[in-house]
Design a protein. Sequence first.
Length: 626
Amino acid sequence: MHVGSSADRVSGPRPGTRFFSGQHSAAGYRAPVKARTAARRMLSWSLIALAWFAPAASAASDGALQRVAALVRGGAAGLAVRLIDRDQPSPQHAAQWMAWEKERYAAYAARRDWSALSQRACSLPAGIPDDFKQWALTRAAQAQLSAHDGAGARLFLRRLLWQERGTPEALARWRRMVIRSYLVDNDLVDAQTAVVRYEQDFDVGSDSWSALRGTILLRLDRNRSAMSVLAGVRTYEGRLLLLLAGLRSGNYEPARVLERALDLVRETAHRPRLQRQAWILAAYAAERAGNAPQRLSALEHALDFPRDTGAGDPLFRVGPDDLWNAYDRVANSIGNRSRLLVGDDAAWFAKAEVYGRDYVPYARALYAFLAFHAGSPKTQVLACERLADSLYADHDDRLVRALFTRSSRFKSLDRIPDPIRYRLVDHAIADGDIAFAGRVMQTLKDPPPGENADEWALRRARVLIYAGNFQAGLALLGGVLGKKAALDDLFVRHYLQVIFELQTAGVNRASGVLLKSLFPLVKNREIRRQILFWMADSEKARGKYTRAAELYLRSATYDGNAATGDMWGQTARYNAAYALAKAGLIADARGVYQRLLRSTRNPDRRAAIERRLQQLWLLKPQTSAR
């Protein structure tokens, strides 16, 4: 048997969020609304899930396990793993442990965390039944194949084949996985050897085996032999491979292959990997048939799938440069027929406008050509914009992103025209891909036309903070304040909104420094009062309770607000009392709570204050305060 290869932030309540009302608003700020809405939904879903898994519930209950499975299906696989870590029974309760372990593997797979899945299978506890051990090791081998690590997959498959007592069906499956592992590593010699040995030991009449055998023959460029093996296979995969073999061997007419490939595009509408392969086959056939418009359309559709859909398959592979090159060939053909001169940009644009009304693929080809061959940089940027406009109208944003960020024509993000990068950021934020938005935003220094430079700096800072690049965000926020003598109220509210993001991320020391710098630039006394409160929040989060209490009380009494009746003052005093208690100033905390109790009429608020007063009796004053 040939297996080895030679070759919440926890802080005091903000007004309107915990104890008293009075919500801060930043209407009009250009924030990533869709992303924040999705985040709020996920937070709500997470809180519901955490409530479901209260410690009082039995960790091994069927209901709890079903809810973990629902989290995975709902897209919250990370939360599912966290709950499994917390609630999975001990391996001593083998049946319950195995049920939870299967959900753990499902969560890892949903996150495409192949490394974690494989590592888990390497440390199975002793005494686990053989059938579960085989299941886990098989999943680990599959994970390595998904990670395009054939050698890693064979480490698990050797153990399965040499140490485990699998059924004949399991042995056949593992041997087929060995063959696929060689294909992943592009080791066609060992793959072919493993195929011959497999055919000596097992029944090879199934469609899945024929598809695997045909794949190897196609990889070896033995196209006629592949056709013989694939004849009669009726699965989608087999039909695609047969059409490819017929096209490559010259046995099938390209126009006929194109027609059948488009049929498969429709038939595989709910199977993305196969549908992408059908579009690529259509592109191959259209090129051989000389059908330029259909080739452009097929390439556009093939690139409009998520990047990991069918990635790494050498038989069905196209990239952004294939589409750029196809655009160039079509544009050159049009230019020659129409006698257009390179450099006569107006004539090329006019021709593109005519095609844009009747034959969109040709218009895109002309815009793509002008993007690199127009007579001036300004015209090249305009052509890129027109091309992007047309693609966004007919396709998802993945296609524009692929064309401009994964092509050798743009060596780095900062080489992409600014208008395209602005749109890439907007689409990435809308899709929740904050990491990519942050990378692109770092390359954009100047604001879009018509946008205020300071507002643009805030927008950049916010995206960078969402992406985890706190230092770059802080530098932008500090730079905005550097040369200002005063700020208008609306801008201050926008600025504070970004500070809140920093505080939520736990960057409290820097947030406090920025708030301190902001304070003297603000003329609105009510906003200054609020800034004192947020400064106190930062100090409290850092454990600086004495300083926090002082700032809360300054906020409560700012601008002559000595009475305890206004809502903002009540909230600030409530937080001040909490900070005083944490600082060991128990008598002061009790005094603030008692004053609040005398001025508060709402029963719920009174009950909360009374609970805090009762808790103070359990605390002893400290001799030192922070």
